[in-house]
Design a protein around this ligand. Structure first.
Ligand SMILES: Cc1cc2nc3c(=O)[nH]c(=O)nc-3n(C[C@H](O)[C@H](O)[C@H](O)COP(=O)(O)OP(=O)(O)OC[C@H]3O[C@@H](n4cnc5c(N)ncnc54)[C@H](O)[C@@H]3O)c2cc1C
Length: 456
């Protein structure tokens, strides 16, 4: 029996502690990514800062680590949790918007959909990612790659302040003036420094944008993909796009022409309409689209351009930051996931980088921009145990084929295996993150996806 079973209520009168022996454990340990198999020593849910402080003291009293957890989108990147308490952040508070200063305050537990719903009525946008149900704070702690990124950079650099419960259980406000080192580390360095209970973020001045998604038959994928890649070499930073080789399942949610047939999709956002139109017209001249289009839309609609799943699903993925892609690189990608490939993946995607991502501001956080020209993100959904091996083999083959163009660096929000933080940063940045972690969490109380930890 877990040591927590003996005395939880004396240590934390307000927290419900769920241990493996309890009936609620199976439900409470479930992550958004159903492929994750988390087995923490205990699970608690915190509804406010005081309960987070209690959870910190509970973990310390039992010599356990504490894992801040919002949705579990990155749960497969967590290390072993057998000596850790999973802290589910369930504040249930509203997002606050201040239109005159164009800022929002995002409480722990908020999903991007809630943030967008709060800011959109004020004619404002926020640099959310492609999925409505990703946790806003987890995304921001990793950097945050949005469809506004080539114009506005990583979302983390739009954060003005964090509120954080530290390793002593104390609530602090962290900004550029109060704690400059910690403020730098939290903007991209992940969840190793404390439990973030709120974030204040600058909003973007877009009530409307020009954006959408266009799909082509797989026979046309090579020609369109080559032209898209050529366009990215001189593309204006007002447009941020993604190109995906997709194999959608034959389910009612999927439009009929896309069910169970491989297609190419180019989607994204242009904050200058003329630049977006020029791209769509150009690609449309290469081959007749099968479906879709770009149009002027409320910025709130950007949340669903990518069509990410909004319910928990099992997913296995691979990722790499890639350099310039020449003919051979695109041929390698098409061989694995293009026409005629026997590909078990849901998609193989290239997210377009460059623009402001290549020129981070001088006061950027730890995840200062993104190295390379494209972020590769490829995913398979194992619906049964038999699916796992072919998906893993295909992902490994894809990374292997693209190795000549791999920068060797990873964007840790997209790295869904436990790589540790070293893979995400240059050595000097990683060393600085390690020093700041030692200062703020010398007992290594906090355990994060891709934890910051010294060598060895
Ligand atoms: C379908 C899908 C689409 C995605 N699209 C994008 C995208 O467009 N752009 C992009 O940049 N990323 C994207 N991601 C990656 C996503 O941003 C990361 O998985 C992110 O970490 C998820 O945060 P979460 O809180 O939802 O997940 P969780 O797994 O709950 O949290 C991930 C990690 O964040 C930390 N964390 C979370 N909340 C807190 C907190 N309150 N305090 C301290 N630490 C905390 C913890 O270290 C935790 O291990 C996508 C992922 C998926 C699965």
């Amino acid at each position: 029996m877990n040591s927590l079973a003996a005395s939880p209520t004396r240590l934390c009168p307000n927290l419900t502690v769920v241990i493996p022996e309890n009936t609620g454990y199976e439900e409470a340990r479930r992550a958004w990514n159903l492929h994750a198999d988390l087995r923490p020593a205990a699970i608690v849910a915190a509804r406010d800062e005081a309960e987070v402080g209690e959870a910190v003291r509970l973990a310390r009293a039992h010599g356990l680590q504490l894992v801040p957890f919002t949705t579990g989108h990155l749960a497969t990147a967590l290390p072993d949790l057998s000596r850790a308490i999973l802290l589910r952040l369930e504040f249930g508070r509203a997002v606050e918007v201040d239109p005159p200063t164009r800022r929002a305050r995002i409480p722990a537990g908020a999903l991007w959909e809630e943030v967008v719903e709060a800011v959109a009525p004020h004619g404002l946008a926020v640099a959310h990612g492609s999925s409505p149900d990703v946790g806003a704070i987890g995304y921001l702690l990793g950097g945050g790659l949005s469809f506004y990124a080539r114009r506005h950079g990583l979302a983390a650099d739009q954060v003005v302040s964090f509120e954080l419960v530290d390793a002593d259980g104390a609530l602090r406000r962290v900004d550029a003036d109060s704690h400059p080192d910690l403020f730098w580390a939290l903007r991209g360095g992940g969840g190793s420094f404390g439990v973030v209970t709120a974030v204040e973020i600058d909003l973007l001045p877009y009530a409307e944008v020009f954006g959408g998604a266009v799909f082509w038959r797989i026979e046309d994928a090579a020609a369109v993909l080559h032209d898209w890649a050529a366009w990215t070499r001189t593309a204006p930073d007002s447009v941020t796009t993604s190109a995906r080789l997709l194999r959608l399942p034959p389910i009612p949610d999927v439009p009929e022409p896309l069910r169970a047939v491989p297609v190419l999709c180019v989607d994204g956002v242009a904050v200058e309409e003329a630049d977006g139109r020029a791209l769509v017209d150009r690609l449309g001249a290469v081959a007749e689209p099968l479906l879709g289009g770009w149009e002027t839309m409320p910025s709130a609609a950007v949340l669903r351009i990518h069509g990410d799943p909004e319910q928990p699903v099992p997913a296995i993925s691979e990722h790499a930051l890639l350099g310039e892609l020449d003919e051979q690189a695109l041929a390698a990608l098409l061989e694995v996931a293009g026409e005629g490939a026997d590909c078990p993946l849901l998609f193989a995607e290239l997210r377009q980088l460059g623009g402001a991502l290549a020129t981070p501001p001088a006061d950027a956080g730890a995840r200062a921009g993104l190295l390379g020209r494209f972020a590769l993100f490829a995913v398979g959904m194992p619906m049964s145990p038999a699916d796992q091996r072919p998906i893993e083999a295909s992902l490994a083959g894809l990374l292997d084929r693209l190795a000549p163009w791999d920068t060797g660096r990873r964007y840790l929000n997209f790295a869904e295996r436990d790589l540790g933080a070293r893979a995400g940063f240059d050595p000097a940045t990683h060393a600085r993150l390690t020093r700041i972690r030692e200062e703020w969490d010398p007992g290594r109380r906090f355990l994060a996806a891709h934890p910051i930890a010294p060598a060895g």
